[in-house]
Structures are given as structure tokens and as C-alpha cells.
Design a protein around this ligand. Structure first.
Ligand SMILES: [Zn+2]
Length: 275
């Protein structure tokens, strides 16, 4: 045990290329065993490129609880050590390849009903389309509403619970930090996952515009183009409820829907049934 702890705190130097290679080998082994992995792949120097990804990272970095501890996860995230990351309702789970393979679980509180209603009210009529919402292309005032510290959409440290299978996790280890950054990178491609994570329905943001004869008919069609736009299957990713990859017994998760309005995936399903 003592020897193991020593390696965790003073791991032997490994080059970036070797670290990437090793992470790929570990991932390949897990895939052979039937694990479905969603690795975080980052190109270039910055973790995130879009409004949603950048706003996620910026939100975390502004809290003094986190600012000193987060940087240790940055290079891990950038160098391919996050070999699995899944975003579900109120939960992020992942696998990080460090001096060993570590399992990270982060639970995040949903946005309280009253808070969400307030945000929806404030944004009402200001977001023109689903595509604009997911691309983060909206007015500065909407941006400020969404990113505001207490009443916005992004979680604060009081709402976030961190856990890692390594011995150092209490002090926000680099594995947890790399997963937090990994979420930012993931939101570049799956902005909808943020709404899933916070357990709110992004379609609520259009409710008022729709009541005024706005976007209802257009929304599902626009949705069909989104997969192409972001290069992923939004329906699948938004519905995905994460089950930690190495968990022995299946974890049952209850997805809380705060709105009766159908999600995009449900609308699609209904459409398929009709067709
Ligand atoms: Zn850890």
C-alpha cells in the first residue's frame, strides 16, 4: 500500500506522447471487455471553443474554492487521459488514466424549479431558435442571464459533489479536475447535455415565443439538422443516463422531468412512430 501511495503522489515522469499512447491502450482493453467509452478528445490548446464550453470552464474558474486546484486537471484533459466521460441527469461520471485507472463521479444538483422559472421568464422572447440557443448565439443580456452566478444555469461549488477512486480526491485531485474540464470540452459538441445535467428542459426557453405564434412548428425540423451541425446524435446523447463503466451492479437512475413539454428526442420518437 505504501508503495502505491508513493507512486500516486510522485509518479515517474511520463512524456505527453507516452501518456496519450497509454490512455489509448487502456481504452482499447476496456472496449475489448465490452465497455462503451466516450473519451474526451481535445484539439489545440484551449479546452473549449464554443460559448457553452467556454462558459462552463469560466464558471468553474471564477470560484476561489476551485481556482488553485483546477489547473492540475487541465493537461490531463488535454492529453487524452479522460478515456470516458458521460453526462447524465444530475451526474457526470468518467474514467481517467493516471498512474492507475481512476473512476470519477460528480453529482450536481438540478436547477430548483423557482430558479428555472425565473430564468425562463427573464429570457422569454429573447431566444429566437433552438439552433441559436445551442450555438450560444444570443444577445449579451441573455448571455449574462444564463451565466450569472447565483441565478444562472451553471452550478456553483455548493451544488457540486466530487468523488474519485484515488486517495487524493478530497482535495480535488487532478482526475476530478480533468473531468470537470472534460465537461467543458463535451459541451462544445453536446450543448444540450448541460440542460440534461441540470435537469431542466431547454425547450422551456421557447415557451413564450411559441405562445406568441413563434417557433413550435420549426423546432423539430431544426432539431433534425442539429446532429449534422454538431457532428453527433443529439437524441442519443441527451437521453443517455450514465452508468459508471466499472460498476458491478447496474445503477437505476430516475430522470426527473420538470416540464411536461416533450423533449426533442421524444418528439423524434413520435415522428418515427407516425412514419
Ligand atoms: Zn483522483
Amino acid at each position: 500500500m505504501g508503495r502505491r501511495a508513493y507512486y500516486d503522489y510522485f509518479p515517474p515522469y511520463i512524456s505527453v506522447a507516452d501518456r496519450k499512447k497509454e490512455a489509448k491502450q487502456v481504452a482499447a482493453k476496456l472496449r475489448k471487455k465490452g465497455e462503451k467509452l466516450s473519451p474526451v478528445e481535445i484539439e489545440g490548446r484551449s479546452i473549449a471553443q464554443t460559448f457553452w464550453g467556454k462558459a462552463w470552464c469560466k464558471n468553474l474558474e471564477q470560484y476561489s474554492d476551485y481556482e488553485n486546484r483546477l489547473p492540475r486537471g487541465r493537461s490531463y484533459a488535454r492529453h487524452g487521459s479522460v478515456i470516458d466521460l458521460k453526462i447524465g441527469a444530475g451526474e457526470v461520471s468518467g474514467l481517467v488514466n493516471g498512474s492507475s485507472l481512476y473512476k470519477v463521479k460528480i453529482t450536481i444538483k438540478g436547477v430548483a424549479d423557482a430558479k428555472w422559472k425565473h430564468l425562463v421568464d427573464q429570457c422569454s422572447g429573447q431566444i429566437d431558435s433552438l439552433i441559436e440557443l445551442l450555438q450560444g448565439k444570443f444577445s449579451k443580456s441573455v448571455m449574462e442571464l444564463i451565466t450569472q452566478q447565483e441565478l444562472g444555469l451553471f452550478p456553483n461549488p455548493k451544488e457540486i459533489k466530487l468523488n474519485c477512486s484515488c486517495p487524493d480526491y478530497a482535495d480535488m485531485c487532478k482526475h476530478v479536475a480533468s473531468i470537470l474540464y472534460g465537461v467543458g470540452a463535451r459541451l462544445d459538441h453536446e450543448p444540450e447535455a448541460l440542460f440534461t445535467l441540470r435537469q431542466v428542459n431547454h425547450m422551456d426557453l421557447f415557451a413564450t415565443a411559441e405562445a406568441m405564434g413563434g417557433v413550435d412548428a420549426a423546432a423539430p425540423e431544426v432539431g433534425d439538422d442539429l446532429s449534422e451541425l454538431f457532428g453527433i446524435d443529439l437524441a442519443e446523447s441527451s437521453e443517455e443516463v450514465s452508468v459508471p463503466a466499472l460498476e458491478k451492479k447496474p445503477v437505476k437512475k430516475k430522470v426527473v422531468r420538470r416540464s411536461k413539454r416533450p423533449t426533442m428526442a421524444e418528439k423524434r420518437k413520435a415522428k418515427r412512430r407516425v412514419a
